[in-house]
Write a protein that binds this ligand. Structure first.
Ligand code: PBG
Length: 323
């Protein structure tokens, strides 16, 4: 045999020397859930070790994460049901606890990068990402709400706006709104190829944001489709997205790869709540080794072509490499 690939695997030093993909804490974005109030640290049963925090406690959590090297956080609001309405007005109300918390976090940690989610669902009495009229999720009437929400978030100090709603034309409308309000340096990381996935269940438990009726299939992508992701990516980049995301990550690594091969902007992947929950469930049963499965999953997302990864594993991964 002239060629024996095993020679390049024969010891740790050689394996490390020829290793292709690398994963560090600098690649990770940590999604965290925020609740109104003080002293709140609420467990989410379908997301082990992930909590709903009030801002006072979240500041301590962020400090711990920063010490572990995590510098980018995606903050999601958990809104009381009685504050929700059809047009998600709380999302851009200056008294919104979320916007105030963002200001507080940025004041305390000016170097931390904060990302937001832009969609109606956490604030909507219908639990949909867009405005619901006569049972339909209406596209164009949703856009001005998304624009208002984005401006309010930028004003509060959000560094990266994350439109996750999948309405057509949202990135362009948001970019224009940010620019005309003077937020030219606020970035947009668009949820570009966001699939109508069953892996979002635990997240919807965390925010109590599940749709009150119907599903999200008229706006989120069909899991069977790949080339359609190219249409979405072309649009988002033309409309001004600085970075584009694929979500979920694991069932869609081919899409991550496709976008990485075809576009010059950074690609991110969202390792979603259900993907995190299933590793926990299996390792609790003793069927998987938690740390090994976590590292392999995250590394495979990098290998597929993701520059950044949104993941609930962020803190555990950071701890694992910090010894
Ligand atoms: C809301 C949103 C969802 C997630 C991120 N933003 C849920 C959904 O679209 O229903 C899911 C994240 C996860 O499962 O971790 N627009």
């Amino acid at each position: 045999m002239n060629i024996r690939p095993r020679r390049n695997r024969k010891n740790a030093a050689i394996r490390d020397m020829v290793q292709e993909a690398h994963l560090g804490v600098e690649h990770l974005i940590f999604p965290v859930f925020l609740k109104d109030g003080t002293g709140v640290k609420e467990e989410i049963s379908s997301l082990p070790n992930i909590y709903r925090w009030s801002v006072d406690i979240l500041l301590k959590e962020i400090e711990e994460c920063v010490e572990l090297g995590i510098r980018v956080f995606d903050i999601f609001p958990c809104v009381e049901e009685h504050l929700k309405d059809k047009t998600a007005t709380l999302s851009y109300n200056p008294d919104n606890f979320y916007l105030k918390a963002i200001q507080k976090i940025k004041e305390t940690f000016p170097d931390v990068v904060l990302m937001s989610d832009v969609a109606l669902d956490p604030y909507s009495s219908d639990g949909h990402d867009g405005l619901v009229k006569n049972g339909q999720i209406v596209n164009d009437e949703t856009l001005p709400i998304l624009a208002k929400m984005s401006i309010a978030q930028a004003q509060a100090g959000i560094d990266i706006i994350g439109p996750s709603d999948m309405m057509d034309g949202r990135v362009g409308v948001i970019r224009k709104a940010l620019d005309t309000s003077g937020y030219v340096d606020t970035s947009i990381m668009s949820y570009t190829a966001k699939y109508a996935s069953s892996f979002y269940g635990p997240f919807r438990d965390a925010l109590k944001s599940a749709p009150k009726s119907g599903d999200k299939k008229t706006y989120q992508m069909n899991p069977a489709n790949k080339t359609e992701a190219l249409i979405e990516a072309n649009l988002d980049i033309e409309e001004g997205a600085d970075m584009i995301m694929v979500k979920p990550a694991l069932c869609y690594l081919d899409v991550v790869h496709l976008l990485k091969e075809n576009f010059a902007v950074p690609i991110t992947a969202y390792n979603v709540s259900g993907e995190y929950a299933m590793v926990h469930a299996a390792s609790q049963k003793g069927w998987l080794n938690y740390e090994a499965a976590m590292s392999e999953m995250l590394l495979s997302i990098r290998r597929a072509g993701a520059d950044g990864i949104l993941t609930y594993f962020a803190k555990d991964f950071a701890k694992s490499i910090n010894g």
